[in-house]
Design a protein around this ligand. Structure first.
Ligand code: GLY
Length: 346
């Protein structure tokens, strides 16, 4: 369970220097991916200096989020002779932290997981809150556990080398989180969009810390998602179906979430619970960051099929997370008639 949020000065440089100084890698396995290794030269230098049986480099990307990678982590932990007091340290994005968390929860019935999230999305969402998983049978996160990392250490310098589309994807989750829990951050994201677009370190530090605090509140109150944790899926039900209908990879996750939030605001309005000026502020904000909320769905029946298959379907009735204003979130079913009105088609 998350107990403290402190952005401190935990840089990867400090961590690796300490590891080296004290030969401190005994009982630790470090896991990263090929993309991070190639993109970060100083990280690669530290990595190469680690003993081979205490490090594991996996292929990058969603396609590697599978049982083969999971068992490579577990095998590497056995080869490194970790015991139950051991630690798996993941340096990577959400795919890697999800898989490492799952492996840590399974290894000898549970060893510690420590995460260094390297993407904005993982810093504010995936690495925080204890959801672990791998994809299975073509479906995302179908095998997983709730198992929080012992520590999440956020080194913002990783954001300097993050590709633009991944950075914007993370901004999508930052915007979502602000809408759920911090009206002043939502305002700041609008007013300071230029600073966020150029990745101003101070602005990012503040926004990331605030997002982690907001998420920590939801997770603390509802760790296993029996109730309000589902609010963190704001924009996701529409967004996932949009991603599926557009073809996975056409839109980034954050872009799809912003698209979904736009539809959620429209649905709330049709239910008589909307807030026009809030929706206008949201749309102005998304334009400033270049999100495409008008993008149409090319295959509406595929979109509906993806909605029906959404794993958040609860007892046969699909409830959508919606908002009637900043930090005013609720859940409601939506009729096919409303869906037809809010989803743009070609
Ligand atoms: N990403 C949503 C959650 O952690 O609940």
């Amino acid at each position: 369970m998350i107990t403290t949020v402190d952005l401190g000065d935990y840089t990867t440089d400090i961590y690796f220097s300490e590891l080296k100084k004290e030969n401190n890698y005994e009982n630790r396995l470090l896991i990263s991916d090929e993309h991070i290794y190639r993109a970060n030269k100083s990280f690669a230098r530290y990595w190469d200096a680690l003993p081979e049986n205490h490090r594991l480099l996996l292929p990058a990307g969603e396609s590697a989020k599978n049982s083969a990678s999971l068992f490579r982590i577990l095998d590497a932990a056995f080869d490194a002779e970790l015991d139950r007091g051991g630690e798996m340290t993941a340096v990577g994005g959400g795919v890697l932290t999800d898989m490492t968390g799952l492996a840590a929860s399974l290894f000898k019935r549970g060893c510690a997981a420590v995460f260094y999230p390297t993407t904005l999305l993982a810093m504010v969402d995936a690495a925080v809150g204890g959801k672990t998983g791998i994809d299975y049978r073509g479906m995302k996160n179908m095998i997983g556990t709730f198992y929080p990392a012992r520590e999440v250490r956020i080194d913002l310098s990783f954001l300097e080398t993050l590709p633009e589309n991944e950075y914007r994807s993370g901004l999508g989750e930052v915007i979502k989180t602000a809408m759920l829990g911090d009206a002043s951050l939502f305002r700041l994201l609008r007013e300071e969009s230029a600073a966020f677009c150029r990745r101003d370190p101070e602005k990012l530090r503040d926004a990331v810390a605030r997002c982690v605090c907001i998420k920590a509140r939801f997770v603390r109150d509802d760790f296993r998602e029996h109730g309000i944790r589902a609010f963190l899926n704001w924009g996701h039900t529409f967004g996932h179906a949009f991603e599926a209908a557009a073809g996975l990879g056409t839109f980034t996750h954050g872009e799809a979430v912003i698209w979904g939030i736009d539809k959620g605001l429209k649905a709330a309005e049709l239910l008589g619970k909307g807030n026009r000026s809030y929706a206008d502020d949201f749309r102005e904000l998304t334009r400033r960051y270049g999100f495409r909320t008008e993008a149409p769905v090319s295959d509406f029946s595929l979109f509906l099929k993806a909605l029906a298959g959404d794993k958040k379907k609860n007892g046969g009735a699909l409830e959508f997370v919606l908002q009637s204003g900043p930090c005013e979130t609720f859940r409601a079913p939506l009729s096919d008639e409303i869906l037809r009105k809010i989803i743009p088609t070609v």
